[in-house]
Every structure is written in structure tokens, then in C-alpha cells.
Design a binder for this molecule. Structure first.
Ligand code: NAD
Ligand code: UFG
Length: 341
């Protein structure tokens, strides 16, 4: 049985991917420093899969510990690297934290993987690398724009580091997955997103407002050149994202990849406006949401949704859930979240 290292495996996307990996028969070892997650997430994973993944709590910025870890686990056949800091605003205020965490952890991992005869890694990238793309939907060939934030820059640099490493070493195989906007939770509501403090992202803000934890949602701008004036994004169920990781990993392990560095968009292919997301929430929760239109948020792109042809045809993966499915799962999770903390 293949043993897979999942860094950041107790985080939002990581935990859903651990579930999908275990359900697909992989043996998982998680490394997470709990900087943005809780050890209780393990209980949710076990409740869903009936299986306890191995877990080591350490910081991947610690090179010595990372080296010692790989010495202890020589049988790791693939790595899915989620561990990173991900708050755009915080990255503007504290860029060095972002460069240190998101770049050093990747370099240390790659240094360890280069010691192996052959290695496979999946990297969490983001549609943020496209900035405001000129053409919708966005294909993988769209130009990479100047990063809007240090966080976005770490994703561009991360992809470049992987590409160069793969070019220099043909035994190195990497896939960068560019997520659009992951939302929702596992249908069991045993794992989900745990935003710390005031949520910066739309969907957790909506569900917390629906649950009465926030008074009102602020909609950032309604004078954009879109159908209803609010920004457009490609909201994708986190379980669809998790499943794509399993397929991408199998592609590398089964040596089905065409090049040793590949990039895929992970989105639904459909753009939704902020007001459409609110309407979806109102449908699935059977209640009206308290919201008001405020000024635009600095740095927001007008529109971003994926061309998913490459992921559909080459990877053989397609998002299955609708926006309403994803909102329904987010709302169910919101209603049980307190008992999880
Ligand atoms: P998350 O914060 O929920 O998960 C990241 C996990 O990594 C956390 O559990 C955290 O404790 C851990 N971690 C962070 N730094 C670490 C370190 N130095 N050593 C060990 N563990 C560490 O984030 P997420 O939403 O699950 O995102 C996962 C990945 O996907 C990140 O790389 C993120 O940048 C990327 N991504 C996320 C989104 C999104 O909207 N959620 C969109 C695009 C890309
Ligand atoms: N929005 C609101 N009110 C809120 C929060 C968000 O109106 O309280 C709007 C935003 O203006 C935007 C849309 O909802 O139009 C989505 O905003 P999010 O913050 O949920 O998502 P973003 O597309 O801005 O950013 C997300 C991640 C980033 C990542 C980016 C691309 O937060 O980390 O997707 O992957 F870089």
C-alpha cells in the first residue's frame, strides 16, 4: 500500500483530501504544526473513514526535523503539500512570514525528495496566479500576472521552484493544482473549514451571519461590469477538490503523466456573482440573509472562473457538486461547528 505524506493534512482542504485518500486505499501520514488547525480534526477523519491516519506535529520550517522525518519514513511514495499560510491581507502586513513559511517549507521538502530515486509531489496552487485574466474562462495557458500580494507571489514562486526542479531532475514528478474558490464541507459535517477570528472569505462569512454570529454581511461593491454588479468567482466544493488530488496522485504513481511538471485548474467552469451565492444560501437555509452593499474591497479582481477542459480530459476529473450542494454542506457544517471546537 502506497504511503502518502500530507503536509497541512489537518487543515481545511488537507483534511478532506486525507479522507478521500483513505477511502481510495492509501496509507496517510500527516505533518501539521496546528498553526491554523486543531488536533480534533483527526477525530472527524476517523469518524468518517474508520481509520486513524498517522500524525506528526512539527513545523516544516524546521529543516532538521524535516530531514529526520524523511529518514524515519523512507517508504513515502508521494507528497501532497498543503501546508502554507493563506491569508492575503496578513501576507501584505507580514510578507516575511509568508515567504518564510510558504517557500522554505517547499524547498526543504524538495531537498528531501531529491534524495530519493524518484519522487512525486502535488502542490497547492491558486487561481490567484492569473490575477485579473483578460479572457474568461481562464485556461492554464493564460499569462501569469504580477502578483497582487505576497501570498499570491508565494504561489507563483512555488510553481517556478517546482518547474525548475523538475527540469533539472527527470526523476522528479510534480503537479500544481490551481484551485479556484473552495467552499463547503464534508457531507457528514464531521470536518469542514475552521476560520479563526473574523472570516475573510465570503462563504464562512455568510454562514456565520446566517447563524447569528455576525450581524450583517458586507457585499464589497455592486458596480462591477458583471450581470448584477458584484464580483464573479468559481466556487467549488472542497470534496471535489479533494478527489482531484487523489486522481492527480494516481496519475503520478501510475506514471500516466505526459510531462514531469503539469498544471491543472480546479474549478467548476461556472462563475457566480456574490449576490447569486447569497441567493443560493437563502435557498438552502430557507432564510433571508442580512446584507448590505459597501465599497469595493481593495485588490479584488472583477471576475475569475476556470476553463476546466484540461482537468476534464487530461486528468479525467470533473467537479460533481453544484453551488447549492456546496452551500448546503457549508450550512450543515456551520450548524454543528461549535461542538467541534
Ligand atoms: P489551512 O490553513 O486550513 O491548512 C493549512 C494547514 O497547514 C493548517 O492545518 C496549518 O496548521 C498547516 N501548516 C501551515 N504552516 C505549516 C508549517 N510550517 N508546518 C506544518 N504545518 C503547517 O488552509 P487550506 O485552505 O486547507 O489551504 C491549503 C493549501 O491550499 C494552502 O497551500 C493554500 O495556500 C492553498 N489554497 C487555498 C485556497 C482556499 O481558498 N482555501 C485557495 C487556493 C489555494
Ligand atoms: N466578499 C464580500 N464580502 C465578504 C467577503 C467576500 O462581498 O465579506 C466578496 C469578495 O469581494 C469577492 C468574493 O466575495 O468578490 C469572494 O471573496 P473571497 O475572499 O471569498 O475569495 P477571493 O476570490 O477574494 O480569494 C480566495 C482566497 C485567496 C485566493 C483566491 C484565489 O481567499 O486566498 O481565492 O484562489 F488567493
Amino acid at each position: 500500500m502506497s504511503k502518502i505524506l500530507v503536509t497541512g493534512g489537518l487543515g481545511y482542504i488537507g483534511s478532506h483530501t486525507v479522507v478521500a485518500l483513505q477511502e481510495a486505499g492509501f496509507k496517510v501520514i500527516i505533518v501539521d504544526n496546528l498553526s491554523n488547525s486543531s488536533v480534533k480534526v483527526l477525530e472527524g477523519i476517523v469518524a468518517i473513514t474508520g481509520e486513524t491516519p498517522a500524525f506528526e506535529n512539527f513545523d516544516l520550517r524546521d529543516k532538521q526535523n524535516t530531514t529526520a522525518f524523511f529518514k524515519r519514513h523512507k517508504d513515502i511514495t508521494g507528497v501532497i503539500h498543503f501546508a502554507a499560510s493563506k491569508a492575503v491581507g496578513e501576507s501584505v502586513e507580514n510578507p516575511l512570514l509568508y515567504y518564510e513559511n510558504n517557500i522554505n517549507t517547499l524547498i526543504y521538502l524538495l531537498q528531501e525528495l531529491s534524495k530519493k530515486e524518484s519522487s512525486n509531489i502535488i502542490f497547492s496552487s491558486s487561481c490567484t496566479v492569473y490575477g485579473q485574466a483578460d479572457v474568461m474562462p481562464i485556461t492554464e495557458e493564460a499569462p501569469i500576472k504580477l502578483a497582487e500580494s505576497p501570498y499570491g507571489n508565494t504561489k507563483q514562486i512555488g510553481e517556478a521552484i517546482l518547474k525548475d526542479t523538475c527540469k533539472a531532475n527527470q526523476n522528479f514528478n510534480a503537479i500544481a493544482l490551481r484551485y479556484f474558490n473552495p467552499i463547503g464541507a464534508h457531507r457528514s459535517a464531521k470536518i469542514g473549514e475552521l476560520p479563526i477570528g473574523v472570516p475573510q472569505n465570503l462563504v464562512p462569512y455568510i454562514t456565520q451571519t446566517g447563524a447569528g454570529e455576525r450581524e450583517q454581511l458586507s457585499v464589497f461593491g455592486d458596480n462591477y461590469p458583471t450581470t448584477d454588479g458584484t464580483c464573479v468567482r468559481d466556487y467549488i466544493h472542497v470534496v471535489d477538490i479533494a478527489n482531484a488530488h487523489v486522481i492527480a496522485l494516481q496519475r503520478l504513481l501510475n506514471k500516466k503523466h505526459k510531462s514531469n511538471f503539469e498544471v491543472f485548474n480546479l474549478g467548476t467552469g461556472t462563475g457566480s456573482t456574490v449576490l447569486e451565492v447569497i441567493k443560493s444560501f437563502e435557498r438552502v437555509s430557507n432564510q433571508n440573509l442580512n446584507y448590505k452593499i459597501v465599497d469595493r474591497r481593495e485588490g479584488d479582481v472583477i471576475s475569475a472562473f476556470a476553463d476546466t477542459k484540461k482537468a476534464n480530459t487530461v486528468l479525467g476529473w470533473k467537479a460533481k457538486s453544484s453551488l447549492d450542494d456546496a452551500m448546503q454542506s457549508a450550512w450543515k457544517w456551520q450548524q454543528t461547528i461549535k461542538s467541534k471546537l
